[in-house]
Every structure is written in structure tokens, then in C-alpha cells.
Design a protein around this ligand. Sequence first.
Ligand SMILES: C[S@@+](CC[C@H](N)C(=O)[O-])C[C@H]1O[C@@H](n2cnc3c(N)ncnc32)[C@H](O)[C@@H]1O
Length: 382
Amino acid sequence: MNPAARIAAAIDILDRILAGEPAEPSLLRWSRASRFAGSGDRAAVRDLVFDALRRRNTLAALGGDLSGRGLMIGRLRDLGTDPETVFTGSGHAPSPLGEHERRMPEASPAIDLPEWVVPRWRNSLGAQADDIAILMGQRAPVWLRVNPVRATVRRAMEVLAAGGIETVEDDRLPGALRVIAGERKVARNAAYLGGMVELQDLSPQLACAALPLRPGDRVLDYCAGGGGKSLALIGRQPDLRVEAHDADPARMQDLPARASRAGVSVLRVDAPSQRYQLVVADVPCSGSGTWRRSPDAKWRLDEAALDNLVATQAEILDRVSDLVAPGGCLAYMTCSLLAEENGAQIDAFLERDDGYTRMSQCLWTPIDASDGFFLSVLRRHD
Ligand SMILES: C[S@@+](CC[C@H](N)C(=O)[O-])C[C@H]1O[C@@H](n2cnc3c(N)ncnc32)[C@H](O)[C@@H]1O
């Protein structure tokens, strides 16, 4: 496919997404119906669609319309390319620009967030709010966590490099590697398949590194999902006894294979009833800190869904508060940047439950780390 044909494909997919279809199924449907498209075409079309969703308001303003065509016209203008050179109608290129599309719209600065989110975003992030919104319009870097059970950092970097994946270490955390070339090859690389590295963004790695852990501690990962936090914690302290729980056990189905690849063991528990030295609650959230990875989610979230998430988070806090041993810690985490899911949620919990003291609290953002990620560590009184 030539560049114009890829843009034409992205226009069709974006129109379906704007009509309400989720992004991944739309892309999959297009891939299945387009056997002629090679892997390079599929990756390029995916990038066009996701780039457009990340900066939807900006590109729609530049393209004069919130539609697949408007977004692609806006993207070309943003890149300094005259859209008429691409929208030619010849071959598989999109049809020529209409009269209204040819007119360059008056520049109006746009923030790439849903309108209802903007006041909450600014209220949560203060003076950095608009800069963070701009960073959320860019592609996310890929980060790896070296698993010390399987390899040294140097060895992991060598195995990755042998497969064409270049990485650099990061001053903020030993064992965190930023991928600077070959991102798409990671899942097929021997270092990944052999458990030397896991895909994990820098910010949750920093959060896991900040948790208090002692050899032999009993730890509960209460919202374990695929087990990213469990594995990161055992990587730091292999003598932990980690148990994983999730309200939806199917979410943990990959955990045994991931743990065995990493050379560690994690016990899955249906109904935790013991007391633990550390309980991690990596609660369901808006994902607003990861919107550059899943920009579709940014436009699909609505106020009612956010209210439901905030209520679920409060219920989880109330439920896990009794699972922490006296003197132990509760680590509340979200990949959100919104105060109501983060600091305000913890303030409200501490008002309801006087058995805890806040030990530390941190919000990482793309300005100082990578994805937006929140951690609050609370200590249960003896
Ligand atoms: C942010 S994800 C967890 C990601 C995971 N910790 C990781 O690192 O891969 C939140 C998880 O919480 C689970 N969940 C939702 N409601 C829950 C509840 N009431 N109790 C326990 N887990 C819940 C979801 O099924 C989901 O897997």
C-alpha cells in the first residue's frame, strides 16, 4: 500500500471509531478484510489511527471537521504537507478535497481531552496540566523491567541487542530499560521469552520500587490482573510469599505462564482471609495516565463511568483495609492522573478509617517519569 492508500484505510477505520466502535476491533476487522496489507501496512495504518486519536481535537480543528477525512487532512497540515497532494482520488488515494475542505480553518488552540475532563484535569495537575496534556498527545515509549532472577542488566541488554532491540538504562531506576529501537520485536525476543525482561512502563516500576519489602513478607496483590505488580515485587525480593487475587479470575489466566517464565511462583487465591504485611491494591481506574497508549479510552470514558470507578475504588479500599496485618502497609495504586481517583480517594478513606496513617504519596507524570501513575502507601496502626 502506498502512503495515500494507508491514509484512505485510516479514514474508514476512524469513521467507524467516531461512530462508536472501539478501536481494536475496528483495526482487526480492517486487517482481516485487507489480506493485501502486509505487516508494515498494518503497523502504519494503526499508527495513523492512534496518532489521530491522541490529538483528535487539534487535528479536527486543523482539518475543519471531526471525521476520518478531517483528522487526516488536519494531520497532513500539521506535518506541513498540502493535503491536496495526497487526496488525489487516483488509485487507492482518498477522493479530492471538496470546496469547504480546501479552506484552511482559522487556528484555534485545542486541548486534546474530552471537554468534561478539562476542569478535572486542570484541577488535578495545576500548572503542569496543559504540558502533560500535550505530552499525552505523543506516542508512549516502550519500557522493560529486567528480571534479576533470570539475568543481569548487561546480559539482558546483550540478548535484546542480538535480536535488533536497542535499549538504554535509566538513572532513576537500575534495571529499567527504555527501548530506543526495535520496539515491535520485543515479544519475539529471547530475552522476553526467557523471562529476562518484562514489558512494564517506568512509572509503575518506580512505584513498585518504592514499596516496603522484607524477606519472608506475606504480600497480597489484591487486583492482580496479569500479575505485573506481583512479578515486579518478587523480582525485587525473591523471598516474598506473594498471593494474587482478582475479582475476575480470568484476568489472571496468563499469570502462571508469566511467573514460570520469570522463574518465580505466585499463588492465586479466590477469597483472601489472612492478614498480610503488604496489600497492593492496583485498582481499576480511568487509565487517564495511560491515554497516550490507549487514546481510544480517553474519548470513550464518561462522567458516569468515572463515578462508578471512584465508587469501586472506595469499596476495594474498605475491603482490603482489614486484610493488612497490624503494622503492615496498604499500597493503593492507579494509572490515573485525576485527583478524585488518587489523593482525594485516599483523603476520604482516611476520614472513614482511623486505623491508618499515610506514609508516602507520589504522582508520576510524563514530565518526570513516563505514564501517569499514582501511589499512596498507608501504614496500619499496631
Ligand atoms: C488496573 S487492573 C490491574 C492490573 C494488574 N495489577 C497488573 O499489574 O497487570 C485492575 C484489576 O482489578 C480487578 N478488579 C476490579 N474490581 C475488583 C474488585 N472489586 N476486587 C478485586 N479486583 C477487582 C480487575 O479485574 C482488574 O484486573
